[in-house]
Design a protein around this ligand. Structure first.
Ligand code: AMP
Ligand code: ZN
Length: 470
């Protein structure tokens, strides 16, 4: 372990763990490789503000983990095969990849506008089919799954721990699974791992005929491939707890001889619109893509962080003006320190960090941030000012705020790109990898996505350089 990490590890991170139903002290399997997986978007439409909540929360958790540990591997997948994607591709008369690449690009750009960095790994379901097939073969071999009429089904009664995560009674789970009572099911609770595809539908060859995976097996296989049999943290919205996460857990444990799947399960609460569920039928769905035209991405991010992540968050007309006013206060303090040199070293105040380390208590951490701004406004000693400036910037960085120039904030131009330097470098690396693999279509797509986000890249003898457009 490096010296910096061992110093910081004197701090304790506690996280509310859905698996145990209490706040647990976080102890990674390997402090030199902390692993986190979050279920990512199904890419066939625009993300709404509720979908942005887990993206922002787990981006913040990744930042906090990186502050504590030298090496964090954060994977957030792209679900790029699903019946709604197939339907939409058929309507437009295009390949599913046209739909999924379009909406994956929009998702990255929209979340980038909220200060969400790209994950370290962004696996795609369609690139993990062999691993899914291998996992299903192992499940069948161990009598946890069976083939029936071109389908592969997981046999729920074969896993006595089923329900351990969501803690629901079996009859409720059967009803909750919303299963059509298919005649080939051995048990009504059994769920689909693989299903047959018609000639018109996308499909892959498998030992059970041409078909495609169910949603749950995708995440299990992507986790196994990229992070390992047992990971530290698994996250997602509260609605995914059942059946999605319960099923992921069953498949993964049963295909790994019962080994634990994820040691800490984190679930964010729901975002509601004016105290009502956000849904298309109520006509109250707010798309991130539209919101970022109306308000600075940073204000949207702060509005999402103003509540504790496990509580429901009520979105109404007041939340964005309030978040903007809060940022005015914080950037106001930074603007006054414009000519002050930022102090060297780690200046994240204990009270701020401790609040975050207490199950990501952002309301408390933000209160500490405002206290810092107040102290900065009152300070006269140059050394004190330098430290307060460092404290504001470093604390802000931990939660993904306050990274733009204060004057720019007040001019209303929050930079000409929505991606930060780390995210841009990650994209450039992905493009270089694509070029090395002679996947020039992918390399061009990344270059175009960067251009769309306001980043121009130039290849030269010393590698690829980038600059912000305009
Ligand atoms: P989906 O694309 O529907 O699978 O959702 C992507 C992510 O957004 C999942 O982690 C969901 O749990 C989460 N999510 C969906 N709707 C909301 C909402 N209204 N509030 C908070 N999280 C949500
Ligand atoms: Zn998942």
């Amino acid at each position: 372990m490096t010296e910096t990490s061992s110093q910081k590890l004197t701090k304790t991170l506690t996280l509310y763990n859905t698996l145990t139903r209490h706040k647990d002290v976080f102890q990674p399997i390997d402090p030199d490789r902390v692993t986190m997986y979050v279920c990512g978007p199904t890419v066939y439409n625009h993300a709404h503000i509720g979908n942005a909540r887990p993206a922002v929360i787990f981006d913040m958790l990744a930042r906090v983990l990186r502050h504590l540990y030298p090496n964090v591997v954060y994977a957030r997948n792209i679900t790029d095969i699903e019946d709604k994607i197939i339907e939409m591709a058929a309507q437009e008369g295009v390949e599913i990849s046209v739909i999924t690449e379009r909406y994956a690009d929009i998702y990255r750009a929209d979340m980038g506008a909220l200060g969400v960095n790209l994950p370290d790994i962004e696996p795609k379901a369609t690139e993990t089919i062999p691993e899914m097939i291998a996992m299903m073969e192992r499940l069948i071999e161990a009598d946890h799954a069976y083939e029936a009429e071109g389908h592969v089904l997981f046999n729920v009664p074969s896993f006595p721990d089923y329900g351990q995560l969501s803690r629901r009674p079996m009859d409720e789970m059967v009803a909750g699974a919303r299963v059509e009572v298919a005649p080939y099911k051995k048990d009504p609770a059994d769920f689909v791992l693989w299903k047959p595809s018609s000639d018109e539908q996308p499909g892959w060859d498998s030992p059970w005929g041409r078909g495609r995976p169910g949603w749950h097996i995708e995440c299990s296989a992507m986790i196994e491939k990229h992070l390992g049999d047992t990971i530290d943290i698994h996250g997602g919205g509260i609605d995914l707890q059942f059946p999605h996460h319960e099923n992921e857990l069953a498949q993964s444990r049963c295909s790994h001889e019962g080994a634990p799947f994820a040691n800490y399960w984190l679930h964010n609460g729901f975002l509601n619109m004016n105290s009502e569920k956000m849904s298309k039928s109520l006509g109250n769905v707010l798309l991130v893509h539209d919101l970022i035209e109306q308000a600075p991405g940073e204000a949207i991010r702060l509005a999402l962080l103003n509540g504790h992540y496990r509580q429901p968050l009520d979105w109404n007309d007041d939340v964005l003006p309030q978040a903007k006013a809060q940022l005015d206060r914080l950037y106001g303090a930074l603007r006054q320190l414009e000519d002050v040199e930022t102090a060297d070293g780690d200046h994240v105040p204990d009270a701020f960090l401790d609040a975050l380390l207490d199950d990501l208590n952002t309301p408390k951490a933000l209160a500490e941030l405002f206290q810092l701004a107040k102290l900065a406004n009152q300070a006269s000693d140059p050394g004190e000012k330098a430290k307060l400036k460092a404290a504001l910037l470093q604390s802000g960085f931990l939660i993904g705020l306050l990274q733009q120039d204060a004057n720019q904030w007040f001019e209303g131009a929050d930079g000409s790109s929505d991606l930060d330097a780390e995210a841009i470098e990650a994209q450039i690396e992905a493009r270089n990898a694509a070029r090395a693999a002679k996947d020039f279509a992918e390399a061009d797509r990344i270059r175009d996505a960067l251009a769309e986000a306001g980043v121009l890249i130039e290849d030269g003898p010393e590698g690829t350089k980038w600059k912000l457009a305009g």
